[in-house]
Write a protein that binds this ligand. Structure first.
Ligand SMILES: NC(=O)c1ccc[n+]([C@@H]2O[C@H](COP(=O)([O-])OP(=O)(O)OC[C@H]3O[C@@H](n4cnc5c(N)ncnc54)[C@H](OP(=O)(O)O)[C@@H]3O)[C@@H](O)[C@H]2O)c1
Length: 347
């Protein structure tokens, strides 16, 4: 059985650990902790082996945490590492561990694709370029926003291709995640150079795309407002809905009042970690005027990338086809089932 180690146990790492530990076909070697805090105890209680930097082993043991060994030992034992570290540490980990120990690694969207700190030469979006990651050594999993944009843009390109002139997207982003200790600041902040545009163009170089990003005082999901300009008349609302009806990881909802409604519903329904792992098209917000189609959809920032990372394990380690990887991802995350439930809750 292939062995996977999760380097970093924060918002994303914790979710990845749940997913990998539930997968009967993959062995979770353990998780890495860097701070000797209460999350260490949480991980141990969940049955995960906890590994820490060798120089910190004594500090953790002094606090009576049962440490399985050093991070280097865990990585040596693994076939692939999912790096779920805070932004920028992935590069340091690549230099320190993954390259010298010759281990495959998946990095998260906070790492660089270009420049001195580049960690990989491909950004993955399972809807668009899964095949490019087959057997690869290092891959970046696109961020939640890049993942969500792919689920909407690619089906439109496949259906309407050259008759689309351009895509403009406003990303309205949450300030912090629900479990984040970070305070939510009462301000709307803009991003003068959103990385999402370049990241997406790396996946589809020919796309005419413009992205703006705003951060708002919320902990509940993201909202993308996408404007699609056509050469002539855009498709009708019914035609748009039809395209997305059977899309994996896309739900079509009606009458939700805001992102908080969806997050709270996911928690109420006991979805794992309170995630839907989907984008939700808000059908009452689809608008058409002249040559323009507008689609607004919410994007579950914390859950989106978890099935994506899982699919990367299938491609990088196991050389599975996309079709097979999707089937396995649905078996583990139950996305089709969750989509049905959400669509009946918001109709
Ligand atoms: N949060 C989201 O919604 C979201 C969505 C998509 C993608 N991402 C991306 O996922 C990555 C992780 O984000 P996050 O929100 O999970 O961050 P987070 O909650 O702040 O967790 C980061 C983790 O990194 C650990 N860490 C510290 N130094 C490290 C090192 N040198 N190597 C490995 N791990 C180290 C920390 O461990 P200790 O706690 O033990 O100090 C912490 O558990 C980022 O690239 C982010 O951009 C986040």
């Amino acid at each position: 059985m292939y062995k996977v180690f999760i380097n970093g146990y924060g918002i994303i790492g914790g979710r990845l650990a749940t997913a990998v530990s539930k997968d009967n076909d993959t062995d979770l070697v353990g998780i890495a902790k860097y701070s000797a805090d209460e999350k260490t105890e949480e991980a141990i209680k969940k049955g995960y082996k906890v590994f820490v930097p060798s120089k910190l082993i004594n500090e953790f043991r002094k606090k009576n945490y049962d440490i399985a060994g050093s991070i280097e030992e865990a990585i040596t034992e693994s076939d692939l590492v999912i790096d779920a570290s805070s932004e920028g540490n992935g590069f340091k980990n690549m230099i320190k561990y993954y390259r010298p120990l010759k281990k495959k690694a998946i990095f998260q969207g906070g790492e660089d694709r270009y420049g001195k700190k580049s960690v990989a030469n491909v950004i993955h979006n399972s809807r668009i370029n899964y095949e490019k990651t087959l057997g690869k050594e290092f891959v970046i999993q696109g961020s939640c926003n890049v993942t969500g944009m792919g689920r909407i843009i690619q089906p439109l390109i496949e259906e309407y291709g050259d008759s689309i002139k351009r895509f403009d997207v406003n990303l309205v982003r949450r300030w912090a995640d629900l479990e984040d200790k970070k305070e939510v600041k009462d301000s709307i902040e803009w991003d003068k150079d959103p990385h999402h545009q370049d990241d997406f163009k790396d996946i589809i170089p020919s796309i005419n795309l413009y992205v703006d990003a705003l951060k708002v005082p919320s902990r509940m999901m993201h909202l993308h407002q996408m404007t699609i300009r056509f050469e002539n008349k855009p498709p009708s609302i019914d035609e748009v809905i039809k395209i997305f009806q059977d899309e994996f990881g896309v739900a079509i909802l009606n009458n939700a009042k805001g992102t908080g409604d969806i997050r709270k519903k996911a928690i109420e329904l006991n979805f794992e970690h309170g995630d839907t792992s989907m984008v939700h098209i808000h059908s009452e917000l689809i608008r058409i005027q002249d040559d323009v189609l507008k689609i607004s959809y919410s994007d579950d920032q914390t859950g989106m990338v978890i099935p994506e990372n899982y699919m990367l394990i299938q491609s990088m380690l196991k050389n599975k086809s996309r079709k097979e990887a999707l089937k396995l991802a649905d078996r583990l995350f139950g996305l089709k089932r969750k989509k049905k439930i959400l669509e009946s809750e918001f109709h």
